[in-house]
Design a protein around this ligand. Structure first.
Ligand code: B12
Length: 212
């Protein structure tokens, strides 16, 4: 369990750019066998949302946010050996962000989580052109494609990509996540067969258990 004390200690180290301190906190949690999902959601996600809030209210600079992102990326790599140990099944997922979508930490966490649950994950990261996504689906023939969209301006690109995927691979199962669609009731994915919206890692865990 991540206590408030650990969270606030971590958040202040992250905001002040104290990378070594952040590494110590995570290494200590890993030594105590802390759950990876807890570290991802209660430290990485929660602190980045907080930094986004501070940035939006001019209480954190763009440089503060960039530094925190880079530190978080390196901490994801620190956790990764724990994921490597997991025996993998034959299930395969491709996780990608759409074209012009530069937010990739959430997608990376989702990709890692699939691996932790025994899937093979092909992680493409930020800003992947539509054609490249279609090509790699053809090449890899994944059981599932996961698409991340955080910036609302990119929703039109997401819908276009879903149309294309359904046109070329009608039975392809797809999951979509990210803050652009969170709570945005005007945008419906219902018209796309086999496309499911997933809010967070808890919902993702249920989905993976049902489809493994
Ligand atoms: C870091 C950051 C950036 C970095 C990203 C760097 C990187 N390597 O990722 C940079 C500097 C590039 C950036 C740029 C911008 N950003 Co920014 N950014 C953030 C910030 C502070 C943190 C993002 C993050 O890592 N969150 C933590 C992760 C773990 O959370 P998550 O992405 O939501 O992922 C979880 C779920 O959503 C879900 N999920 C996500 N993807 C997927 C995919 C699948 C398949 C599934 C199942 C689930 C899933 O599961 C994850 C785990 O629970 C957020 C604040 C926030 N609230 O998140 C703003 C934020 C996302 N950014 C915002 C904005 C406005 C911008 C810019 C327009 C700023 C500007 N004027 O230039 C640009 C747009 C760039 C673009 N075209 O994409 C807004 C977006 C508002 C909106 N919804 O449209 C936010 C919310 C800030 C704010 N409060 O206004 N940003």
């Amino acid at each position: 369990m991540i206590t408030d004390a650990v969270y606030y200690h971590y958040l202040s180290a992250l905001l002040e750019g104290k990378k070594a301190e952040c590494v110590k906190i995570i290494a200590n949690l890993l030594e105590k066998n802390e759950d990876v999902k807890e570290i991802y959601t209660k430290l990485f996600q929660k602190s980045m949302y907080r930094i986004g809030y501070l940035w939006e209210h001019n209480r954190a600079s763009v440089a503060n946010e960039h530094r925190a992102t880079k530190i978080t990326e390196s901490l994801l790599n620190l956790v990764y050996p724990k994921i490597l140990d997991v025996e993998k099944s034959s299930k395969k997922v491709i996780i990608t962000c759409i074209d012009k979508e530069f937010h990739e930490l959430g997608a990376r966490m989702v990709s890692d989580y699939f691996e932790l649950m025994g899937w093979n994950s092909v992680f493409l990261g930020a800003n992947t052109p539509q054609n490249e996504i279609l090509n790699i689906i053809k090449e890899e023939k994944p059981d599932l494609v996961g698409i991340s969209n955080n910036f609302y301006i990119n929703v039109a690109r997401l819908l276009k990509l879903l149309e294309k995927i359904k046109e070329e691979f009608p039975i392809q199962k797809v999951i979509v996540g990210g803050q652009a669609l969170n709570g945005n009731s005007n945008i419906s994915l219902n018209k796309f067969k086999g496309v499911t919206f997933i809010h967070d890692l808890d919902e993702l865990e249920d989905y993976i258990r049902k489809h493994s």
